[in-house]
Ligand binder design. Structure first.
Ligand code: ADP
Ligand code: MG
Length: 247
């Protein structure tokens, strides 16, 4: 089993305030991994550190044995919906076409085959009929599916998604998780920031439980126990029981 992600002694802070403290773990290829933990635990920060989108204070991150700079085109990132400018005037199909650009190179125009592939990716997420709409005209779930289609269009080895199920309808959520599981089953590595514990054990086969420090990492059966979860959530919900987190 090849190592997909390796993080060693990672420290990140914002203006002197600590966000991640000495985080180390490795993820093998072909896993669907949930990053869970309370609000402000550093989940998004960890994702951005893996992608070199923020500067780290200390530590080492490797993607498939190389630096993220070398692997940039092999990795797709779906940011949190709230961080995307939905007023930007771009159609659904053009948003997906952007996903093919890492493979195209900057100065090449998309070919017919790229457009056909972008459409195929939109069909996969079930919203090809909206391809000529502006992205701002879609519902939250449809927008999330467009960004998943864009990630698929990139044909990466790894997918990183930040809170893809927030503000999303049930059909979109089911479509997205089904596709993520399919990607995992064909050997891709998929990492998802997810704050809602209720479905975490259905959705993921591995979990990273974070609260500034790494509380636990590994198979769902190992991490998703009242004892382990309590270590991350005790300050937030002193009375939390196994029933409340729906184990
Ligand atoms: P999570 O995604 O788990 O909710 P974040 O990674 O977004 O947590 O944030 C971790 C901590 O870092 C929080 O205390 C948050 O307020 C802080 N933080 C995140 N981004 C910034 C930023 N750009 N500037 C300053 N502080 C930040
Ligand atoms: Mg976050």
């Amino acid at each position: 089993m090849k190592t997909a992600i390796s993080v060693k002694d990672l420290f990140v802070s914002y203006h002197g305030s600590e966000a991640l403290n000495n985080v180390s773990f490795t993820v093998n290829e072909g896993n669907l991994v949930g990053i869970i933990g309370p609000n402000g635990a550093g989940k998004s920060t960890l994702l951005k550190s893996l992608l070199n989108l923020i500067s780290i204070d200390k530590g080492e991150v490797q993607i498939l044995g190389k630096s993220i700079k070398e692997m940039r085109t092999k990795v797709a990132y779906v940011p949190q919906r709230s961080n995307i400018d939905w007023d930007f005037p771009i159609t659904v199909i053009d948003t997906v076409l952007l996903g093919t650009y890492p493979n195209l190179g900057i100065f090449k125009r998309p070919k017919k085959s790229d457009k056909a592939w972008a459409l195929e990716c939109l069909e996969k997420v079930g919203i090809a009929e909206f391809r000529h709409r502006q992205i701002g005209e879609l519902s939250g779930g449809q927008q999330q599916r467009v960004f998943l289609a864009r990630a698929l269009a990139q044909k990466p080895d790894m997918y990183f998604l930040d809170e893809p199920f927030v503000g999303v309808d049930v059909t979109s959520e089911e479509t997205i998780i089904t596709i993520l599981k399919e990607l995992r089953d064909i050997g891709k590595t998929v990492v998802v920031v997810h704050h809602d514990l209720s479905k975490a054990s259905d959705y993921f086969n591995e979990l990273i439980l974070l609260n500034k420090e790494l509380i636990e990492y590994g198979a769902v059966e190992k991490v998703f126990t009242p004892e382990v979860l309590g270590k991350a959530y005790s300050n937030h919900f002193p009375s939390m029981t196994a029933v409340e987190v729906k184990i």
